[in-house]
Design a protein around this ligand. Structure first.
Ligand code: PRT
Ligand code: ZN
Length: 297
């Protein structure tokens, strides 16, 4: 296949334009992900834009709310932004990949002392939110008619100052709700940072995006897996190997001590503890668990 990203002398260099949050909750993790993908950003004097020294990518620093619009308009080719913002803005962009950070949920909450009787509780009530579109869609699907009061910040104080009966806001630990005397009643959207793409991306840029996606997926896979080394008595080897999934099959090496082998494998974070317990019970010893930096399968 012809490499469309190789630039001929004199021709303009093809670069992927990526929009990330300028400052806020997603900024550091966005930079960290790029770094884990081997992309170094030198954010020099010009804080609006930065170039990568070792990958054809240009990074724009923007407010998260503006990122979907910039990507729809092809001012940026791709962006890292919360799903909550993507679904609220309803711009024409493709959601390509969940990035595994910025996790939160968009929830409804009411005063702690009140008894929640289901979505109908909200009928005729005033709900304060920065997410009128997502909330409006939710109320519609529930067949509930309520008044949506849009505010841009400090939504959680609205019931306390008599501005609203309920709120619909992002929650992660729940402590903001708790501190404001509120309780979560329904979670209407699970959200995390995603990679979005301009819908008519040209071939040369898509090829760059494919290279970036290859790296992002390797980083994500590595985070979800652990490398495990253990010692097994040969008599138990078959049983122990049977417990291990591995990338293909586990590596088995003889130990210096007669009758023992060293077994190496990769375990998924989700069933990690279950399998470790079973391995111990089956006679495995000296179990070492090592983080994986990149995983290419
Ligand atoms: O300046 P800019 O417009 O770019 O930033 P912003 O102030 O709009 O956004 P920012 O940085 O606060 O959040 C950016 C993104 O982070 C959001 O769009 C979400 O996708 C994601 N995210 C993850 C969160 C939270 N967790 C979160 N907890 N965004 C906001 N919060 C707020 C929430 O609004 C509430 O005030 O944190 C409070 C609740 O947190 P807990 O832990 O007390 O429950
Ligand atoms: Zn914002």
């Amino acid at each position: 296949m012809k490499d469309l990203t190789t630039n001929t002398p004199g021709a303009e260099t093809v670069k992927l334009k990526l929009a990330i949050q300028k400052s806020g909750r997603l900024h550091d993790d966005s930079i960290k992900l790029l770094k884990e993908c081997g992309i170094d950003i030198s954010n020099g004097v010009n804080k609006l834009k930065a170039e990568a020294s070792n990958f054809p990518i240009e990074v724009f620093f923007l407010r998260d709310d503006d990122i979907p619009q910039y990507v729809e308009d092809a001012v940026a080719d791709i962006g890292f932004v919360g799903e909550n913002v993507v679904y609220e803005k309803k711009k024409k962009v493709d959601v390509v990949e969940k990035l595994g950070f910025g996790k939160c949920r968009l929830s409804l909450a009411i005063r702690k002392g009140e008894e929640y009787t289901g979505p109908q509780f909200l009928a005729g009530k005033k709900i304060a939110t920065s997410y009128p579109v997502i909330l409006g869609d939710y109320l519609k699907t529930q067949g509930v008619s309520a008044e949506i009061h849009e505010i841009s910040g400090s939504v959680e104080i609205a019931p306390g100052i008599g501005l609203a009966d309920a709120i619909c806001d992002l929650v992660s630990s729940g402590s903001t709700l708790f501190m404001n005397g509120l309780k979560e009643t329904e979670s209407i959207l699970q959200s995390q940072a995603v990679l979005i793409r301009y819908q008519q991306l040209e071939a040369a840029k898509q090829q760059l995006l494919d290279r970036l996606m290859f790296r992002i997926q390797a980083v994500k896979k590595a985070k979800n897996n652990k490398y495990v080394l253990l010692n097994a008595p040969n008599a138990k080897l078959k049983e122990i190997i049977g417990l291990l999934p591995g990338m293909k099959s586990p590596t088995v090496l003889p130990l210096a001590e007669e009758g023992w082998s060293s077994v190496h494998s990769v375990l998924n974070e989700n069933d990690f503890w279950d399998i470790i317990e079973q391995l111990k019970a089956a006679g495995a010893q000296g179990i070492l668990v090592v983080p994986i930096e990149k995983m290419i399968v």
